[in-house]
Design a binder for this molecule. Structure first.
Ligand code: SER
Length: 748
């Protein structure tokens, strides 16, 4: 059975059981600041688990995931990956253990027809209910029901003792028994081999999580408002099992990629094929898939946050390649193979093939250069110093020379010098940067322990946004946050995060900045400086200037109308600019990111080279013509399929629900967008491009201004030109004078 068919079969099965099919969320979640990457199907449903969102009872999805926790295992085992697809079914306060187990069993044994005797299960050691269901309702023999502790059978792993805070619960896993070792090792205990044995005979295919608790500070497990189900089954593992393969890398999901690597090896390093280097080939295949998807979503290798994680994965793959004799950049050549394997399911990859490959090639070259230049420096330092290499020195190599901890540790090991412990190194890096940059560089978990997120998890209801049609609203204070804690009352003067039952304030999303304005509570006045979504809850970041405010107080909320109008002007202008760029440069010039503020706008788009002066002028002229034509801006809600059929531009990697909001400007632009806009293009007034440059390979950025700001910038430009003109006239005069005096001297 092909993997495409498996995806379909899974979703069809759960749709028939009344589940709403929800599209995969982005790998880089748009509205969850607490994580770097989407690591599980449940991530996009956190608000549903917490009872904040109530629009779904049952859902199913096939979610692209990226996790780095097992990165060192990838290639060595039959089933570990960094990038994978997770099939999942979810219940939010609807069905629980019995049905979740029944559905899973029915899908595997009746739908996919896996032999029952090949399946074993595990349950949490204290979960008698789940054990009972497997034994009595399903009839799994007792010896194939294994009990594990919270490390294996609680999700997230060890949540009660170690956290993170948030939704969690005991889980039950389903294992497939290959009947023999899958990792090429001898089983250490052939007679007692069981799930969890390192020989890999038993591969976990499905994890059923009974999400019933909200873990709070100190490990308190508070029952959630409702009992939920979160399941996750790795598509790659299921494909291996159903395709009769011993590991995920032999499935159709990897076939073209492995073939491409083997071709490269035959060409570049034929000797290597004789040796057993399978693990490296497999790791490269995994990393090539991960990089393709991450770069497609606009993540750019860098020294921070997500970019750092991507850089590390790329370097790992490049090093594995070097180990096989691939000395020159090669990873970028695997992108077409990844797209071949995945393009049918993820057609968005097709149009980005070239820019992804270019991005990977650039980073491969940068890495080669870094190794060439910096390793000798590092060697010099290590040789000069005492036996151990100090953390502060290592941090300096990281910060100024771009060498990763892994590289530094490797060179230390080669020189028989002890590398600093990783924790000391990380601390030294943070100290070096004195907290000036975000401290997320080493995070990468499923849930990060984000303080605000935690504070907000105590709030039971989502904020209703009522700001498309009006700028004022009556609401009640639903919560107050001070220093990342929920408090009951705040007295002036104070900074406070205010949560309201409903709000006309637009929380930052889709590149558009958050609104500012005022809140008039019954006994206090607040100035809102920013509005940010934390999951389904809008946090108004405010200054309490007078009086006091308490939870439950009635509030009149009012958005600053002039600023909102300026933001709308820039947002409508952004859509026009996007349309203009695509018209002048071609359809490939798709938006890769944007920042829409009251003071101006910035648009990132895919394009391989700088705009020529002519192109820049054409785009500007076109956009201003559209403004002059006073095109109507209209907004419509429709099903996603209908919007796509009507040619609406959807941004790759953006997450759209099944119903979407489509913003059209006359006939020239149609985009999926949740932002606030003008009602007519004419109100933009004027657009001028003030900057253009490259921000990553294959991605350009234009900066533009509208209306007054555009006019001011043009006036300033004219002023500068006039000054330059004066200077040139002056200089010319001076030169003329010098010339005549020289001439006179010459004559004399
Ligand atoms: N959240 C669980 C996991 O990631 C089940 O989907 O394993």
């Amino acid at each position: 059975m092909t993997s495409s068919e498996l995806r379909r079969r899974f979703l069809d099965f759960f749709e028939k059981q009344g589940h709403t099919l929800v599209p995969s969320d982005r790998l880089v979640p748009a509205d969850d600041p607490s994580v770097l990457f989407t690591g599980a199907g449940m991530n996009q449903f956190k608000a549903h688990f917490l009872g904040l969102k109530k629009d779904l009872k049952r859902a199913a999805s096939c979610q692209t995931c990226f996790r780095t926790g097992d990165v060192d295992e990838v290639g060595r085992t039959s089933s570990h990956l960094t990038f994978f697809e997770m099939l999942g079914n979810f219940s939010f306060g609807d069905y629980f253990k019995l049905e979740a187990i029944q559905y899973a069993w029915e899908f595997l044994t009746a739908d996919l027809k896996l032999p029952e005797e090949r399946l074993s299960v595990s349950v949490y050691e204290k979960d008698e209910e789940a054990a009972g269901v497997w034994l009595k309702a399903i009839g799994v023999p007792k010896e194939r029901i294994i009990r594990f502790g919270a490390k294996e059978n609680f999700w997230p792993s060890n949540a009660p003792s170690d956290g993170p805070n948030g939704p969690c619960g005991p889980c039950s896993e389903i294992y497939y028994d290959y009947g023999c070792c899958t990792v090429g090792k001898v089983c250490p205990k052939p007679d007692a081999c069981a799930p969890g044995c390192p020989c890999g005979r038993f591969v976990e295919v499905w994890n059923l999580v009974f999400t019933e608790f909200n873990r709070q500070e100190g490990g308190k497990l508070v029952p959630l408002p409702a009992k939920n189900i979160d399941t996750g089954m790795g598509l790659e593992r299921l494909a291996a099992v159903t395709q009769g393969k011993m590991n995920v890398f032999e499935t159709d999901l990897f076939e073209p990629v492995i073939e491409a690597i083997i071709r490269l090896l035959r060409h570049e390093a034929p000797d290597v094929l004789k040796r057993d280097q399978r693990a490296s080939v497999y790791a490269i295949a995994d990393h090539a898939r991960a990089l393709t998807f991450l770069l497609a979503e606009g993540v750019v290798p860098s020294n921070e946050g997500r970019g750092y994680v991507v850089r590390m994965v790329l370097r790992k793959a490049a090093r594995a390649g070097r180990g096989l004799g691939l000395e020159r950049p090669f990873l970028h050549q695997l992108v077409p193979a990844v797209v071949k394997a995945m393009g049918e399911a993820y057609p968005e990859l097709l149009g980005r093939r070239e820019s992804i490959a270019k991005g990977i090639l650039d980073e491969e070259e940068r890495f080669a250069q870094t190794l060439k230049e910096k390793i000798p420096l590092l060697l010099g330092e290590i040789r000069r110093g005492p036996k151990g290499f100090p953390a502060q020195e290592a941090a300096r190599f990281y910060d100024t020379h771009g060498l990763s901890y892994e590289e530094i540790a490797r060179v230390c090991a080669e020189q028989k010098a002890a590398p600093p412990p990783r924790a000391d190194f990380e601390k030294a890096v943070l100290e070096l940067q004195a907290g000036s940059r975000q401290n997320s560089r080493f995070a990468g978990g499923i849930f990060a322990k984000d303080a605000l997120q935690e504070a907000v998890s105590g709030i039971r209801a989502a904020t209703e946004f009522v700001g498309y049609d009006g700028l004022t609203a009556q609401a009640k204070v639903a919560g107050l946050i001070q220093e990342n804690r929920l408090v009951e009352e705040v007295k002036a003067p104070a900074s406070v995060g205010v949560l309201l039952t409903r709000s006309p304030f637009y929380g930052e999303a889709g590149g558009q900045v958050g609104d500012t304005g005022i809140l008039e509570a019954s006994e206090g006045k607040l100035r809102v400086l920013d509005s940010q979504w934390v999951g389904a809850v809008l946090v108004h970041q405010a200054e309490l200037t007078e009086g006091k405010v308490r939870v439950g107080d009635p509030v009149r909320a009012e958005v600053d109308p002039a600023r909102r109008q300026a933001v709308a002007r820039n947002h409508t202008a952004t859509h026009l600019l996007h349309a203009g760029l695509r018209k002048v440069l071609g359809d490939h010039a798709l938006q890769a990111g944007s920042r829409v503020a009251d003071t101006g706008l910035r648009l990132d788009f895919s394009h391989g080279k700088a705009l020529t002066a002519g192109e820049r002028q054409s785009v500007e002229e076109l956009v201003n013509e559209w403004i002059e034509s006073r095109l109507a801006v209209s907004v419509a809600q429709m099903p996603l399929a209908q919007a796509k059929a009507a040619g609406a531009t959807a941004l790759f990697g953006e997450k759209y629900g099944s119903r979407v909001r489509v913003v059209s400007i006359g006939e020239v632009s149609k985009e999926l967008c949740g932002g606030t806009h003008l009602t007519a293009s004419g109100d933009v007034g004027l657009v001028t491009i003030v900057g253009e440059g490259s921000i990553a390979s294959g991605v350009r950025r234009v900066e533009a201004l509208t209306a007054e700001a555009a006019l001011d910038s043009m006036r300033a430009e004219v002023g500068r030109l006039q000054q330059d003109r004066q200077r040139l006239i002056q200089r010319n005069k001076q030169l003329e004078e010098e010339k005549s005096s020289l001439k006179a001297k010459g004559a004399a």
